[in-house]
Design a protein around this ligand. Structure first.
Ligand code: GDP
Ligand code: MG
Length: 203
């Protein structure tokens, strides 16, 4: 049995539903109120993937650090995939996605130098007071290099498992293409040393 271990980041503005999303995904519960957690929380979920593969997800919830907007590099280090979430009833949370994506691209990359796969989630689609249109999400997603976007409702448990499966699938397919013989192993840079050499202003 082969086990893939993957660090996944959940980012986005405060109150868009990140912590609820992780809770729902990991333990199948939706809680109406959450204490604001400070620092980083991470949860583990094991996903049967195929007859001979399992996926072990380490899901990092930004938990409070989103207030400072520039999240520490430790949070990003070694991540293989990302969920960027906004709230469809809050246009500001959608507008911030550009900054989140840029921050992500600057702080973590695959050994080839490419950005890590990122899925854009339009959460709280159960609410009637929606202000962000599907058209504008689709345009933004395409322009900014998301491999997919989806509407979700953590409250109604809509598209939660589906979104994570899409992300894992994308990570696995990116990994197998990066493993092609054409990409010479010596060219690959360890994420740690890359981080240390390229970014002096490590926070
Ligand atoms: P975070 O700050 O991004 O971690 O957001 P939280 O997970 O703490 O959620 C903020 C608030 O939004 C909480 O009151 C949640 O119950 C609520 N919430 C999260 N997801 C949904 C959703 O899909 N629909 C609705 N209606 N409320 C949600
Ligand atoms: Mg939270």
């Amino acid at each position: 049995m082969k086990e893939h271990v993957m660090k996944i980041l959940i980012v986005g503005n405060p109150t868009v539903g990140k912590t609820s999303f992780v809770q729902q995904y990991v333990s199948g519960q939706f809680n109406k109120t959450y204490k604001t957690t400070v620092g980083v929380d991470f949860s583990v979920k094991t996903l049967p993937w195929s007859d001979n593969e399992t996926v072990r997800l380490h899901i990092w919830d930004i938990a409070g650090q989103e207030y400072s907007f520039s999240v520490t590099r430790t949070y990003f280090r070694g991540a293989l995939g990302c969920v960027l979430m906004f709230d469809v009833t809050n246009s500001n949370s959608f507008l911030s996605c550009l900054q989140w994506k840029q921050d992500l691209n600057n702080k973590v990359m695959l050994p080839s130098g490419a950005p890590i796969p990122c899925i854009l989630l339009a959460n709280k689609c159960d609410l009637p007071e929606r202000v962000v249109t599907a058209d504008s999400i689709a345009r933004f997603s395409k322009k900014n290099g998301f491999f997919a976007w989806m509407e979700t409702s953590v409250k109604d448990n809509k598209n939660i498992g589906e979104a994570m499966r899409r992300l894992v699938q994308e990570i696995l397919s990116v990994q197998s293409s990066e493993d092609q013989p054409l990409s010479r192993k010596e060219d690959n840079v360890d994420l740690h040393s890359h981080d240390a050499t390229n970014h002096q202003t490590c926070c």
